[in-house]
Design a protein around this ligand. Structure first.
Ligand SMILES: NC(=O)C1=CN([C@@H]2O[C@H](COP(=O)(O)OP(=O)(O)OC[C@H]3O[C@@H](n4cnc5c(N)ncnc54)[C@H](O)[C@@H]3O)[C@@H](O)[C@H]2O)C=CC1
Ligand SMILES: CCCCCC(=O)/C=C/C=C\C/C=C\C/C=C\CCCC(=O)O
Length: 263
């Protein structure tokens, strides 16, 4: 896909990986709407990006991806509508917003943000991108985790949500809604990257926090820019649909094949 002139929507773009994805898309010539629940950080990032890329190429919207109804404030429905109204089309969607939290009552919010937010964002993306519904096709990249391909005793709820994103994306890639509408659906599975999510590992979002921190310390971490490079490959390479791309500091990019049969 030629990214120049295309329109992208990124959730959770105020900082971390979402900000790096937003910048990579802007750098490649796209117009980007990024959203975040954190207005202060979002506005601050917007100020930087606007001065670098121009106010006609980037917009920031406050949005909580776990908000399923218009009544409660800025929902994903609103975000998609606003992006289309501002830029005229949507070609690229990245469902990135995600949080960690293992213990009650936090784990319910983790499911709402990571799973429901990604499902809602994927369904809306199919609606807006599909050629059968007036769109011009395009690509959805959902953000899972390298942990979703394995087990991890310290973050079972977080990793369950990331496994859900993996299955959701691989399944939608073969679904008629996507296939007949010219929409590719790919999933990125990063290992550790230097962001607030990892810096803020605590008793609330991991079991055995000291062991978890040691595990993180001993696993080489990527910069958000490294992860954005892998993300852009899934956007640009039109041969990739249903692709599962793992990336890590030690091994770089690796496409994963998952073979499961029903019998
Ligand atoms: N940092 C890492 O090592 C890895 C991160 N990931 C995934 O990458 C994604 C981004 O994570 P990071 O950048 O590391 O985290 P981060 O905490 O640095 O950034 C996440 C952003 O999402 C926003 N956000 C949180 N809840 C939201 C909501 N309900 N609605 C809208 N925005 C919301 C936050 O305010 C923040 O700006 C997440 O889905 C995470 O699970 C996956 C693998 C590794
Ligand atoms: C090789 C595992 C890569 C996991 C990368 C990832 O998604 C990082 C998430 C970091 C924090 C999320 C917060 C809580 C979830 C808890 C654990 C995740 C794994 C932590 C660990 O010690 O392995």
């Amino acid at each position: 896909m030629q990214v120049e002139g295309k329109v992208a929507l990124v959730t959770g773009g105020a900082e971390g990986l979402g900000r790096a994805f937003t910048e990579a898309l802007l750098e490649a010539g796209a117009k980007v709407c990024f959203c975040d629940v954190n207005t202060e950080q979002g506005e601050s990032t917007y100020t930087v990006l606007k001065s670098k890329y121009g106010s006609d190429r980037v917009i920031f919207q406050k949005c909580d991806v776990s908000n399923q109804t218009e009544m409660e404030g800025k929902s994903l429905n609103y975000l998609f509508r606003c992006t289309k109204e501002t830029f005229g089309n949507i070609d690229i969607v990245c469902n990135n917003a995600g949080i960690g939290g293992e213990k009650p009552p936090l784990w319910g919010k983790v499911v709402d943000v990571n799973v429901k937010g990604c499902i809602c964002g994927t369904l809306l993306a199919l609606d807006y991108l599909s050629t059968e519904k007036g769109g011009s096709g395009g690509v959805i990249v959902n953000i899972s985790s390298a942990g979703a391909l394995n087990i991890n005793p310290y973050g079972p709820v977080y990793l369950a949500t990331k496994s859900a994103i993996l299955s959701l994306s691989r399944s939608f890639a073969q679904n008629p809604l996507a296939c007949s509408g010219g929409v590719r659906v790919n999933v990125l599975c990063p290992s550790f990257a230097e962001t607030s999510l990892v810096r803020n590992i605590s008793e609330q979002n991991t079991y055995d926090v000291n062991v978890a921190r040691k595990f993180v310390e001993h696993t080489p971490s990527m910069s958000p820019k490294d992860v954005a490079e892998a993300f852009m490959e899934l956007v640009v390479d039109e041969s990739k649909n249903g692709a599962v791309l793992k990336c890590s500091k030690e091994k770089g990019k690796q496409y994963c094949t998952i073979n499961v049969t029903y019998s």
